[in-house]
Design a binder for this molecule. Structure first.
Ligand code: NAD
Length: 428
């Protein structure tokens, strides 16, 4: 008989700012600007649902570990909730709540008919076998079988998960319900209903919004330099696509280190190096190693934080030299840094706008699954680029109208859409 041990790592928020507080402080400013009524404010400030599940998993050594997982549904007034699932040792319920609310705002900013959700499991997938991860994913899906659904709650990948996990989730959900349901999850492998263009979608949206912002600033892409923090899905695609537009990428980094080349890094070389070295840049010879903390304050025109939360804080914001920050990651700037960045006159394309290309193409994947009809890459790209450009312009015009930074303008656009929908639907 297997022995039972409970595996539940503590999930400290460490010394970073609480992302929920960061999100709420921006939400509060936007609500004030809009004159949001108390009833709608109180509905929106807390998630609709928070589910905590215990997932027993037989590990390869025969012992059973119990993992703690979450699914937070922030809001569904605009449509079924949408949001990724994160596998990480630092997953924390407050973080999941903030990420779920960001999904509500993100979908509203790009005007797609979804609400917001997020999920996560406290685990270290780098120390688990594929079999253990599969059993954990299937256990999580079973525990949430009444929450997930193509018209209820539609998960997607996030940090630590990808097409492989989404395939297991889709399979488990489909078997449980006795029918194949590709639309229950997005970010699936291409052969089983994934969308063309999904892999590069978030980085592409970062590129489109960077070009739109440069235009407003009167800067020519071929004359500007950039630093990209994080060289995973978002960072590497943003870097390669910006590089393709003539932007000189002087610095890139990942968890293993940061690299600088005054003459511009050959991004194709960096990607080839990363792919040949276990997904890490460590030892990359096309640039000089630099202190990773200095990347954020390096002498470049555009800064693209595309790794983790709270890397731009009150401690380093004063030293930022970039004229433009485009947030590929979710929540890379803590609320305490906002006033400093605004004071310095730096334009910020906020996360809920800049990285919304991902959820936009996820939405296209879901539409294709429901239609039973596959779109061409050209169709996906053209439609996603137009949605990104329109959303950028709407947020930009809102920032001019209220004389507010782009970040608050994005919240104003999102909250206004949600609040108006509440007014029409009524029924409290
Ligand atoms: P990923 O796991 O593919 O890549 C993360 C990258 O960041 C890796 O290169 C990793 O080495 C690096 N990294 C981690 N910690 C770091 C640190 N302290 N300093 C420098 N680099 C560090 O993840 P991803 O999908 O690229 O997601 C990155 C961010 O973008 C996350 O905040 C995620 O929530 C957000 N995001 C992702 C998508 C998407 O479609 N993938 C969509 C919207 C938002």
């Amino acid at each position: 008989m297997a022995t039972h041990t409970v595996y539940k790592e503590p999930a400290p928020l460490m010394d970073r700012e609480n992302p929920l507080e960061s999100m709420m402080s921006r939400f509060n400013i936007a609500a004030e600007i809009l004159g949001l009524d108390d009833e709608t404010y109180n509905v929106l400030k807390a998630p609709d649902k928070q589910i905590i599940v215990n997932i027993p998993v037989t590990m390869d050594n025969g012992k059973i570990r119990v993992f703690e997982g979450y699914r937070v549904i922030h809001n569904t007034i605009l449509g079924p909730s949408k949001g990724g699932i994160r596998y990480d040792i630092n997953v924390h319920l407050d973080e999941v709540k903030a990420l779920a609310a960001w999904m509500t705002w993100k979908c509203a900013v790009v005007d797609i008919p979804y609400g917001g959700a997020k999920g996560g499991i406290i685990c270290d997938p780098t120390k688990m076998s594929a079999g253990e991860i599969e059993r954990m994913t299937r256990g999580y899906t079973l525990a949430l079988k009444d929450i997930f659904g193509p018209d209820r709650d539609i998960p997607a990948p996030d940090m630590g998960t990808g097409p492989r996990e989404m395939a297991w989730l889709m399979d488990e959900f489909s078997k449980t319900n006795g029918m194949t349901s590709p639309a229950v999850v997005t970010g699936k492998p291409l052969v089983m209903g994934g969308s063309l263009g999904r892999t590069e979608a978030t980085g592409r949206g970062v590129m489109v919004s960077t070009l739109a912002a440069l235009k407003k600033l009167g800067l020519n892409p071929a004359d500007v330099s950039a630093a990209v923090q994080g060289f995973g899905n978002v960072g590497s695609w943003a870097a390669v696509l910006l590089h393709g537009q003539g932007v000189k990428i002087k610095a890139v980094s990942d968890i293993s280190g940061a690299y600088w080349n005054e003459n511009g890094i050959n991004i194709d070389d960096a990607i080839a190096y990363k792919n040949a070295h276990g997904g890490r840049l460590e030892g990359f010879e096309g640039a000089t190693p630099m202190d990773p903390t200095e990347l954020l304050t390096s002498d470049v025109d555009v800064l693209v934080p595309a790794a983790v939360e709270d890397v731009i804080t009150e401690h380093n914001a004063h030293d930022i030299k970039a004229k433009l920050i485009v947030e590929g990651a979710n929540g890379p700037t803590s609320a305490s840094a906002d006033p400093i960045i605004n004071e310095k006159g730096i334009m910020v394309v906020p996360d809920i706008l800049a990285n919304s290309g991902g959820v936009t193409v996820s939405y296209f994947e879901w539409v294709q699954n429901k239609q039973g009809f596959k779109w061409s890459l050209e169709m996906v790209t053209e439609r996603a680029d137009r949605i990104m450009s329109d959303a950028f312009e709407k947020v930009y015009q809102t920032s001019l109208k209220y004389k507010i930074p782009m970040r608050i303008a994005a919240y104003v656009v999102a909250i206004d859409k949600v609040a108006q929908t509440y007014k029409f639907r009524g029924g409290f």
